[in-house]
Design a protein around this ligand. Structure first.
Ligand code: DGY
Length: 312
């Protein structure tokens, strides 16, 4: 039997029900591990999402018949992989199918931050718009500028392809240099300083976890050009919020576009006061097409482990 923690796309639920006996938890808001644990009788597969925290304590409390956890996300930071491995529980995620949608949102945030789009909309809706003038509501061009991508995986590569359409010069900073055919014409930096000094826009597309924790801190912001921009569609833990908020207040960073935050949904209060921060509620992959594809891929993944319960 398959347990599904959250509401999923209708076509995904339909297929899940054709292939498995399904128990739906339809959790909303904060993850409730107790509600999960009392619903696992007869369950051998779990379909969760990235707000469901499978830490070691929860994984160790799962009944022995659980064979696989498939997550409706590419990110795996919410699952203690070592604990799952020790229990012999397979983990599946949804890489690839969300790359273009997430890159599209990074581009949206770059454009919104540079053109002060959120701020302009707030002004208009507050009925404060008094007409245009040559100096009214000036932003900065994106076209022809320099983009730096931290984390050149599939999403970073997709963003690079899109940014080329804006005639941007692209640099990337990654643990390792990619083969030429995956570089999308971007210039590799092995060194964070030379990378950050070279760019006007920083897009964070790296995964979360200990290796990137608070990577964008005061010291690295100090290496960035005055008036540059920061976009994050990776994981909130990659950014030291105090440092970024201070830089947005001082204008060292002209504006930020953020779709992910540390401690979602209780984000750092300082962001709410900043006109130069575009804030979105973690919607990088939230399109009908992409969430459907993610659901199907998650089902494929768990079927690899437990097969299907039902004749179709
Ligand atoms: C992902 O797929 O990791 C997205 O951030 C949604 O959780």
């Amino acid at each position: 039997m398959l347990l599904i923690t959250r509401d999923v796309m209708p076509q995904v639920l339909e297929r899940a029900k054709r292939e498995h006996e399904v128990r739906e938890l339809r959790m909303e808001g904060a993850f409730d591990p107790q509600a999960l644990l009392i619903s696992l009788e007869g369950v051998n597969a779990i379909l969760c999402n990235s707000s469901d925290i499978f830490n070691a304590a929860l994984i160790n409390a799962l009944p022995p018949q659980i064979k696989v956890i498939a997550t409706y996300s590419v990110g795996l930071e919410h699952i203690d992989l070592a604990a799952a491995k020790a229990r012999g529980i397979e983990i599946r995620n949804t890489p690839g199918v969300l790359s273009d949608a997430t890159a599209e949102l990074a581009l949206t945030l770059m454009l919104m931050a540079a053109r002060r789009a959120g701020e302009g909309e707030r002004l208009l809706r507050a009925r404060k718009w008094q007409g245009i003038s040559p100096t009214f509501h000036l932003g900065r061009d994106v076209f022809g500028k320099t983009l730096g991508i931290f984390g050149m995986g599939r999403i970073g590569q997709s963003l690079a392809r899109m940014a080329r359409g804006l005639n941007m010069t692209i640099h990337y900073y990654n643990r390792n240099r990619l083969p030429a055919e995956q570089e999308e014409g971007a210039i590799y930096h092995a060194d964070d300083k030379s990378f950050l000094e070279a760019i006007d826009f920083l897009s964070i597309n790296a995964p979360g976890g200990p290796s990137t924790y608070h990577w964008l801190n005061e010291a690295r912001i100090g290496m960035m050009r005055l008036g540059s921009f920061v976009v994050n569609t990776g994981r909130g833990s990659t950014v030291d919020d105090e440092a970024l908020i201070a830089a947005l207040r001082s204008g060292h960073i002209a504006a930020a576009g953020l779709d992910v935050f540390e401690n979602e949904p209780d984000i750092h209060q300082g962001y709410y006061e900043l006109e130069n921060a575009v804030l979105l509620p973690h919607i990088g992959s939230a399109t009908v097409e992409t969430r459907t594809a993610m659901g199907f891929l998650a089902l494929d993944g768990l079927n690899e482990v437990v097969g299907v319960d039902r004749d179709q």
